[in-house]
Write a protein that binds this ligand. Structure first.
Ligand SMILES: Cc1ncc(COP(=O)(O)O)c(C=O)c1O
Length: 429
């Protein structure tokens, strides 16, 4: 792999960990977006790997030593991003065989990998069991039964957590009655080792009190289950959900305040002999990597339609689905010549190349008038960007992924070529 771009005069990793993200002073991790686009082409994802590492270390430093941090690989399964997160995290949380493979290749020790998520295949469970993961989170009595058989076949003892729905209506996990029965079965099994509980209760939350309250509720649920089923509560996995601000001016999560809340919980756990040795696990994804990612697309065409300026980009929701999927508004920047500051703001539709009215990245009422050749930069896309897209629709090129580390830009993943989309296909005889 070559490192063709270098931040001028900088070996400087990101310093402003808690404030700005990858976009600083009109540059992406110190590099000009136009240079990144001309070197690697568009559409393009760019990640500030130093910022990922710095955010992971910062979170680690703020939460009590009792809390382990497993990076949620689903947020961004790029190997380089996982490896960067690992500089502050204790391990990883994986939800598929592909994520397990990615975590292992990125250097995460299997004994610090937690396996979560619904619908785990026998193949995935088998790989997890044979790898010797830290814990498998079981979602149902049926899944526990399959895991027990697989562990028995492999001759391996598997540590398990029992997943509980975090609130009414959540389809994850099992009922309190099923969890007690499952935990008792695990207590009696020679190949299952019950450790505790898992619950994922909040999403994209920036209020430390709300996050801490969920952790406390999960600890309480763990206490109850361990008492009812008769095992020592050794691990409470409270999932992820640590949020980031998506709009300019919105307040970020204050990790120091979260650390204070968790510090009080830590003291309560330490005071009780039943929980003195209980560890707490957080599985953040978004918080660690979202601000460290940007998506670049080039303006292909512009037109005037229905009284609005329409800019058609070379990538849209096929690469960044969140605006259409969950209505998320990403902060956008326009890079072009003359500088966007010299352009009149106009009501604009920023649309992608798909034949669906859903392919809209944003509809700002005032945006510098985009011209063909300009670059649109979407910010805070390091999490649930590349990985949560729909690259197959319309068989366009996929985005490349680039990481910036130590002042150098590296191609992390080649763009999907349209030829790749037909290469694996067969015609019937
Ligand atoms: C089980 C589990 N853990 C962790 C996460 C990561 O969440 P976030 O990226 O919001 O921190 C998720 C997200 O869906 C999840 O389902």
């Amino acid at each position: 792999m070559t490192a063709p771009l270098r931040v001028p005069g900088a070996a400087s990793p990101a310093r402003d960990v808690e404030g700005r993200g990858i976009w600083r002073d009109g540059l992406l991790a110190g590099l000009h977006p136009a240079d990144l686009a001309s070197t690697f082409g568009t559409p393009l994802y760019v990640y500030d790997l130093d910022l990922v590492a710095a955010r992971a270390r910062m979170l680690r430093a703020r939460v009590p030593a009792r809390a382990d941090i497993a990076y949620a690989v689903k947020a961004n399964p790029s190997l380089a991003v996982i490896a960067a997160a690992l500089s502050g995290c204790t391990g990883a949380d994986v939800s598929s065989a592909g994520e397990l493979e990615a975590a292992r290749r990125a250097g995460v020790p299997p004994t610090s990998i937690v396996v979560t998520g619904p619908g785990k295949s026998d193949r995935f469970l088998g790989q997890a069991v044979r790898s010797g993961v830290r814990a498998v989170v079981v979602e149902s009595p049926g899944e526990l039964g399959r895991l027990e058989r697989i562990a028995d076949d492999a001759g391996v003892v598997v540590p398990v957590l029992f997943r509980l729905p975090a609130h009414e209506g959540q389809v994850f996990g099992m009922s309190a009655e099923d969890a007690i029965e499952a935990a008792r079965r695990a207590v009696a099994s020679p190949v299952l080792e019950p450790l505790g509980v898992h619950a994922f209760g909040v999403s994209a939350e920036v209020d430390p009190a709300v996050l801490a309250a969920h952790v406390e509720r999960t600890v309480e649920a763990g206490r109850r289950l361990s008492r009812e089923a008769g095992f020592a509560l050794r691990l409470v996995d409270a999932g992820g959900g640590l949020g980031i601000p998506y709009a300019d001016g919105d307040a970020p999560l204050d990790p120091a305040v979260l650390g204070d809340h968790l510090g009080r919980l830590d003291e309560a756990l330490a005071d009780d002999p039943a929980t003195r040795d209980t560890r707490v696990l957080l599985e953040p994804g978004r918080f660690l990597v979202a601000p460290a990612g940007a998506y670049l697309a080039r303006v292909m065409d512009v037109k005037r339609l229905h009284g609005r300026h329409v800019a058609v980009l070379d990538g849209g929701i096929n690469h960044l689905l969140a605006p259409a999927l969950v209505g998320r508004h990403h902060r956008l920047r326009l890079v072009g010549s003359p500088q966007p500051g010299d352009r009149d703001p106009v009501p604009t539709d920023l649309v992608g190349p798909l034949c669906t009215g859903l392919d809209v990245l944003a509809r700002p009422d005032a945006f510098p008038e985009a011209r063909p050749g300009d670059l649109i930069v979407a910010l805070d896309v390091g999490a649930y960007g590349f990985t949560q897209s729909m690259p197959w629709f319309l068989s366009h090129e996929g985005p490349a992924e680039v990481g910036v580390r130590g002042g150098h830009a590296w191609l992390l993943r080649q763009r999907l070529d349209p030829a790749d989309l037909v290469a694996g296909q067969r015609m019937p005889d």
